[in-house]
Design a protein around this ligand. Sequence first.
Ligand code: AMP
Length: 495
Amino acid sequence: MRQRLAIRAQVLVSPQCGRGHRFLRSSILPPVGCVPSGFPQTVLLPAPFGAAPKSYARLESEYMTSFSDLGLIEPLLRALTAEGYAVPTPIQSQAIPLLLQGRDMLGIAQTGTGKTAAFALPILQRMAANRVKAAPRCPRTLVLTPTRELAVQIGEGFATYGKHLGFKRTVVYGGVGQGAQVSAMNAGVDILVATPGRLLDLMNQRHINLQHVEFLVLDEADRMLDMGFIRDVKVIVSKIVAARQTLLFSATMPEAVMSLAKGILKDFERIEVTPPATTVERIVQRVMFVARDDKRRLLTELLNDKSVTRALVFTRTKHAANRVAEQLIKNGVSADAIHGNKSQNARQRSLDAFKSGKARVLVATDIAARGIDVDGISHVINYELPADAESYVHRIGRTARAGMSGAAISFCDADEVGDLRAIERLTRQTITVDTGHAFHAAHIATRSERSGPSRPSGRPNGRPNGGYGQKPGNRGGRGGSGGGGRPWENRSRAA
Ligand code: AMP
């Protein structure tokens, strides 16, 4: 039976635009089990620039709770059932009906929200409604994304969701020979997923022609900006004349991305799924004050705990990533490292080993980890805190995905106290201090002058994760009622 979601709506002035745009903030209150647990629920629905807010009736109609409610065709529904997707995530229930109508969209959402299906499903459906034989070198759909890893994932998403529709797709990215990519383009392609540098290269060599692109997706636009791709992106977009529908997704909305969006989107809908700073509330977070020289031994101690089933460990530098991985291997822990000095193939191999469980630990730098979509990461461990606080949010967002719970543990040495403060300011949370490990450095804890909760005996909070489908209350990292186990234990999983 179809269940309706209760919606509260209020008109807000956008703090981001600061131009008095009207927003509808809807707090979606799904019946338990209605929204996949672990997916952000809070959705901001700003009216398009200057337009009137949406009506309640329209909002309600947008919050439908099954994929068939969204108007998806049978071959797509069959593929979703095979994948075990029971209900749409908030971004899916919001975006799919609008995209099926052909609307342009600005989506503010991170990887992990289900955004790939949110754009792939309606694009596949619209392409199927108007079948054209795949032409050599001329894709109908182009998805631009910053990294090879993301490109491969998105390509896999199209393959999975579109498996009963028979479209030809390929993925192009740099760091590998172009021969196979050129052959695939020549054989005819409906859907192309690409990183900007290699795409431009192949366009300049006339192996790819974008004149017939009807559906354009710019994914992770802020990362493309960070990675210096924005000029390439603008050149690429300028070559697309026939695009009927354009979608831009970004986790954050810096001015440069906003102006790119305004330049390419027509009369667009804007959808925002829980901003990063609140997403982190779903993850159990701990900080461990430790002298720099003790970090290795502390990591080994943490990894002795069997509840750490799949851990992503972050370092600041490639060199440190290698060192930590080597050390772990020496200690008998299956580990691998992923960073920018490795070839694309080596990076993919490391990622595959991590995904398959061959490597229990993946040690990564921030850039290399961007967009990593590995389900079931039980723990993110910040061996070194990132220099910029936003990276912390992206790092820990690698856990607690696709309905799982997760834990994030940060090592903080004497030089990192300022970084910790910056993170707490950004996330508006005081991270619980774990003093219950053998390497607790009280002098660093004192230096940090924190007034937040601490946990003297290494005992975690009652519930690690106020994930969806659970009762609201104690969200990770905020202290709370007692419970047993290790501080880094993923207790939902154990339960
Ligand atoms: P994405 O944000 O597209 O990277 O998706 C994050 C993860 O959620 C991927 O592993 C997807 O397979 C999974 N996922 C996406 N949509 C759903 C859904 N409706 N139900 C369950 N899992 C989903």
